[in-house]
Write a protein that binds this ligand. Sequence first.
Ligand SMILES: NC(=O)c1ccc[n+]([C@@H]2O[C@H](COP(=O)([O-])OP(=O)(O)OC[C@H]3O[C@@H](n4cnc5c(N)ncnc54)[C@H](OP(=O)(O)O)[C@@H]3O)[C@@H](O)[C@H]2O)c1
Length: 259
Amino acid sequence: MDLQLTGRVVLVTGGSDGLGAALVRTLVAEGARVAFCGRDEARLHAVAEQVIGGPGEAFGRVADVRDPQALAGFVTAATDRFGAVHALVNNAGASSTGPFEKHADEVWQADLDLKLYAAIRACRLVLPLLREAGGGAIVNSLAIGARAPGAGSTPTSVTRAAGLALTKALSKEFGPDGVRVNAVLVGLVRSGQWERAAAREKIAVEDLYHRMGHNSDIPLGRVGRAEEFADLVAFLVSARAAYLTGTAINFDGGLSPVA
Ligand SMILES: NC(=O)c1ccc[n+]([C@@H]2O[C@H](COP(=O)([O-])OP(=O)(O)OC[C@H]3O[C@@H](n4cnc5c(N)ncnc54)[C@H](OP(=O)(O)O)[C@@H]3O)[C@@H](O)[C@H]2O)c1
């Protein structure tokens, strides 16, 4: 199936590691022009190097999505370079969980700033550009806790539930403009965050993935791969998903009890 992504401009926040980096590689392989951001210049550079030679192209820009000016600078850099925007993937994020009673207001605020307000601002910046382009797509990377919050899952699950509501509300409001808005609810997927967790525990990352797959009772028996996430999101931003909006797709090997 040809995703018809050649020449399409896609913005990816958090594209320098894990799921976002896999998405940048997949989109470029499909011929898209990709702008991606993260905070660490070296990691951005490493991903940009990996995709040199196309068929599409990509550039990384240092931007902390919690900083409204930096986010606006990222979007401007993309339009300066590519002249239009056809899709946005709000992917930057990090897990924040633990016992509810231990979380002070600052912990809640930090999670909302990183995963909710950043997505709200990015959507506000990009929606006029999508309209100008005659329509487009937004995909929000969320977590299965948005629909199936477990014990000890705050503040992430609450922030992700808000992201789910944002997805649905925007799909209704901007559908008439030809803008599709969908979410991917991620379960457990191989990425930089788990590599860092394994390093902190001083264990091999493969042992961690094996343990996660086993202890979580994932029906498909393993954690997901970043490339599999990238395939799904590339489809969602493509014209091949033209009749899909307002949906939240579990990407979790069957883990979530709620579809
Ligand atoms: N992998 C999973 O199992 C899983 C499960 C549920 C949900 N998710 C969600 O999926 C998304 C991707 O996760 P991942 O596992 O791929 O994580 P990751 O490997 O840690 O990558 C996160 C990416 O986001 C960027 N980022 C983090 N904070 C940022 C900020 N303030 N401003 C700009 N960029 C920022 C990181 O770059 P810098 O650090 O250099 O900024 C990096 O490029 C996240 O939203 C995560 O919450 C993942």
